[in-house]
Design a protein around this ligand. Sequence first.
Ligand code: ADP
Length: 375
Amino acid sequence: VTPRKPPVSEEMSVQSKRGSVKASTSNNTGTPGGQRNSSIARERPNDKTVGAKTKSEILKNLPPGIDEGAAKQILNDIVVQGDEVHWDDIAGLEVAKNSLRETVVYPFLRPDLFMGLREPARGMLLFGPPGTGKTMLARAVATESKSTFFSISASSLTSKYLGESEKLVRALFGLAKALAPSIIFVDEIDSLLSQRSGSGEHESTRRIKTEFLIQWSELQQAAAGRETTGKGNKRSDAQRVLVLAATNLPWAIDEAARRRFVRRQYIPLPEPQTRETQLRTLLRQQNHSLSDTDIEKLVQETDGFSGSDITSLAKDAAMGPLRSLGEALLYMAKEEIRPIDVSDFELSLKSIRPSVDEKGIREYEEWAEKFGERG
Ligand code: ADP
């Protein structure tokens, strides 16, 4: 949920491209069945695998009431595969990571231990300034819990998919159950569950919101075993589906929707120690001459930066040694190019500034104090 992200449609196509590249060449379950399925996928180039099943197998066995077109769209655009994110890729955020382990990862891996009093939450909200790692955390949760990862931006439901959105929402929850364990990650959830309902809200937006809340309630009821119809495994499938949502505008979510997120995890700006870890990680593979003292200084100078601001800063600084070369860079041997040094960072710091100001941060802190868990 960073303001620097490309528009939704572009972002979705990047995700689906990534998904199809990975999906056509490998299977991320590591099961022997995966081998067999990927060879099937190779025989029929359009039939990619999702988890252990091919798309056509999934489409052939769709749960009742699920629109095939919508299901196809979800398998192509919304299921994310490849480019896995692991806990270690994310600097800091230890409290959030622990909370996600306890809420999602362990219950998904050991459902038998998480029943009754230990019944896990069906929804978790990650909130905080843009670019602090909320999307990365969601992706890491999917990797670490070996789940199918459905990623959709709520604003795309009310724009790109408008008209088919209700079908899409039904198919989303239906497929998530069919391919459980699943994480449904909804970015920019505020644009779907905002307080605008009632007055002024567009009729179609209201319908999508209602459908989303109905599907989510059904999931919660099925997981709690209060649903009596259907096959015997319905409960266990529903138990292994979690709605993970992210927002930069937590105060825009209406009260009833907010209460449905039993867990609300604050994802704050990085602490000095986290900024240092991230800077060191970004520089690890690079030819640079920064000393420990230089890094300490940069850590101080990046107070108020988000993780994504720090990435932008390091990327810009890394261009420094090339910028001064001009056309010569086309002919120069790699070894002759000077290392990145602290002056590159100092120069970049003049143009790359924090994307959230102090007043903005105070608003997050206050909301976290009232409604969230800190970490
Ligand atoms: P959000 O969803 O909170 O807006 P993202 O997870 O999309 O933020 O992060 C955007 C980018 O910023 C990431 O791709 C990564 O490069 C960088 N980033 C943000 N937070 C971290 C972090 N804690 N550790 C490492 N990189 C981070």
